[in-house]
Design a protein around this ligand. Structure first.
Ligand code: SF4
Length: 332
């Protein structure tokens, strides 16, 4: 896992927080570039699309100022902006590119206490316990390898929260999470795709077998767990690929995961922005945008056409039922 950075762009007030100070020490040998706002770094946003991979090598430190929650009706009740946005990896379909364009590099927000206070307040005020998705803007397991934020988050919420936290990941580095006092209040979801897609499309993420191992370990440590088959990409031989994925899951997942876990299935959406960046930054990469199978759905976004979608959903439902026998929470 390449977690190296080549420069740190920082808001000066970030250095007043413990995490800002810790990052200053950890990356003291890198160039540090002062910025006025993590949202506005003109020299980076002016870079060409082909510089995307170089931009991903930068680390940005800031203070999160907007804390707006979005209602959600899947695993969680709320999508919560938390300790990071963007990511060091480079999945060719990454939804964050739609929001941040080329500037989808890892941004760390140092004011975690403030974010957790707000979350706990919302949790306490709700008539019934709520579930909070804290990983919709980044990959928190990857972020944790840089910041160590997750143990603090999970244990604090276990002590003071009523509902649950949840986050998905594509990374295997769960060792620091296994011994925590989590109280069953964090739902850990592992995102999976066929090994070939992981390798060709999910650049810089953990291999499939390592993800399966990590999910087994988290379930064995008592966390509620889920499996996220996402995003499903309909390559020309997608039936073979996803059939093999289900075989690998059937053989590799522990009985505990199969008995207690749930499955989410999400088909890929793609955007004009991603296509422009991928074409210029990764000219030799696997083509994941198939014009014959996808159709526009507004604002430069594409999704699979009705028939392709129906075939894929039917195939995956059957495979999951036959090979995993786990409940499907939803297909989207
Ligand atoms: S791991 Fe997640 S956040 Fe990171 S690049 Fe891939 S899709 Fe984006």
């Amino acid at each position: 896992m390449d977690l190296t950075f080549d420069a740190v762009y920082y808001e000066p007030q970030a250095l007043e927080y413990p995490l800002g100070k810790a990052m200053r020490e950890k990356y003291r040998t890198l160039p540090w570039v002062e910025i006025t706002s993590h949202n506005r770094i003109p020299e980076l946003s002016a870079a060409e699309n082909k510089a995307f991979a170089q931009l991903k090598r930068h680390l940005v430190l800031g203070v999160r100022k907007t804390h707006q929650y979005t209602e959600n009706h899947k695993v969680s009740d709320w999508l919560v902006p938390y300790t990071s946005s963007g990511c060091r990896a480079m999945c060719l379909y990454c939804y964050l590119v739609c929001n941040y364009n080329k500037c989808a590099y890892l941004r760390l927000f140092v004011n975690r206490e403030q974010m957790m206070e707000k979350l706990l307040k919302k949790d306490r005020a709700a008539p019934v316990p709520q579930t909070f998705e804290i990983g919709s803007n980044s990959d928190l397991v990857l972020e944790n390898a840089v910041t160590d934020n997750l143990p603090w988050t999970i244990e604090r919420f276990a002590r003071e929260g009523r509902g649950r936290l949840t986050f998905p990941t594509k990374f295997e580095m769960v060792g620091p999470l296994l011994p925590l006092e989590h109280g069953g209040k964090t739902i850990f979801r592992m995102s999976v795709n066929p090994a070939e897609i992981v390798w060709q499309v999910e650049l810089g993420t953990s291999p499939l077998e390592a993800r399966i191992r990590a999910l087994n370990e988290m379930a064995a440590a008592g966390y509620p767990v889920g499996l996220l088959v996402a995003p499903v990409i309909l390559m020309p031989d997608w039936r073979r690929q996803y059939g093999e994925l289900m075989d690998a899951l059937a053989g590799g997942l522990s009985q505990q995961v199969k008995r207690t876990g749930f499955v989410e299935v999400i088909l890929m959406t793609y955007s004009f922005v991603q296509d422009a960046i991928n074409t210029e930054a990764f000219p030799g990469a696997a083509p994941i945008f198939d014009r014959a199978l996808m159709t526009g759905r507004g604002r430069g976004k594409y999704c699979y056409r009705g028939q392709a979608r129906a075939e894929a959903e039917h195939f995956l439902q059957e495979q999951i039922r036959e090979k995993l026998n786990m409940p499907i929470l939803y297909l989207a």
